[in-house]
Design a protein around this ligand. Structure first.
Ligand code: IPE
Ligand code: IPE
Ligand code: MG
Length: 246
């Protein structure tokens, strides 16, 4: 039986986060330049977004470029930014056709101007779409996000809008870039690396982690459905014991 048919649609994760890793190794395995891997990775993003929308996942967040990725060779950084711009412009119509909203988190102001403009335009065009929200994490890192949140909270205290003893999980989370998005129930990382790489540290406090050796350009919706089936076999106890769960 295909994995899709094994999914219990009444217990879908509302939000899936993905660390799309392995583009460079995928290209190298074929004797090609790293950039070829990134271009091929876009096809995986398209298939996974459509796979998510197809089965009813409301939020998909993909790690597309980390704060640390700015330290890659300048040629690769430039190629990734150009790929980002061309992909956004090519895919906006499809996102609209599929009723998918585009969102972005991260230090967007640090991106090239053209990228900021085209991203904003695509986000505006898809703002009314309701089937699924695709969030791109761009120039994102969790430590950056948490420091920004700390600054915003400090400002609220300074302005006397908030007392220090009133700081709690709720108003802390409201300062994060993910404020209107539920925490991911499932996080998938491709390419066999078993690490978080500065992704959604606050939001993944209780997320189920799924690691696969498949390289991102080879990852397709059937692989996503396999991860969801695996997730649905797990018991999420949130600190309780098994007997306390219904
Ligand atoms: C993920 O693939 C894409 C980005 C980080 C932008 P990599 O480029 O990290 O590929 P590997 O890990 O070197 O194979
Ligand atoms: C994580 O991948 C960031 C993205 C997928 C955008 P990396 O390939 O940059 O991660 P590390 O540095 O190997 O952990
Ligand atoms: Mg990598």
């Amino acid at each position: 039986m295909r994995f899709k048919e094994q999914i219990d649609v009444t217990r879908l994760p509302e939000h899936i986060a993905i660390i799309m890793d392995g583009n460079g190794r995928w290209a190298k395995n074929q004797g090609k330049f790293r950039h070829f891997g990134h271009e091929s990775g876009v096809l995986s993003v398209k298939d996974i977004v459509e796979g998510c929308a197809d089965i009813g996942i409301k939020h998909l967040t993909v790690y597309a470029f980390s704060t640390e990725n700015w330290n890659r060779p300048i040629e690769e950084v430039n190629a990734l930014m150009e790929l980002l711009i061309s992909t956004i412009n090519q895919e906006t119509a499809t996102l609209t056709k599929n009723n998918i909203r585009l969102n972005a988190i991260g230090d967007i102001a640090s991106l090239p101007q053209k990228c900021i403009e085209d991203l904003k335009s695509a986000m505006d065009k898809t703002a009314g779409n309701t089937r699924c929200t695709l969030t791109l994490a761009l120039s994102y890192s969790a430590k950056w996000e948490l420091i920004e949140a700390a600054k915003k909270l400090a400002q609220l205290v300074k302005d006397q809008s908030l007392r220090i003893d009133e700081i709690n999980e709720e108003n802390f989370a409201a300062q994060l870039t993910t404020l209107n998005i539920p925490d991911p129930e499932l996080m998938i990382r491709t390419s066999g690396e078993h690490r978080i790489s500065n992704f959604l540290l606050w939001q993944m406090a209780y997320t189920e982690l799924y690691f696969t050796d498949t390289l991102w350009p080879d990852f397709r919706r059937e692989d996503l459905f396999e991860a969801i089936v695996d997730y649905q076999k797990r018991e999420r106890r949130f600190g309780k014991i098994s007997e306390q769960l219904n």
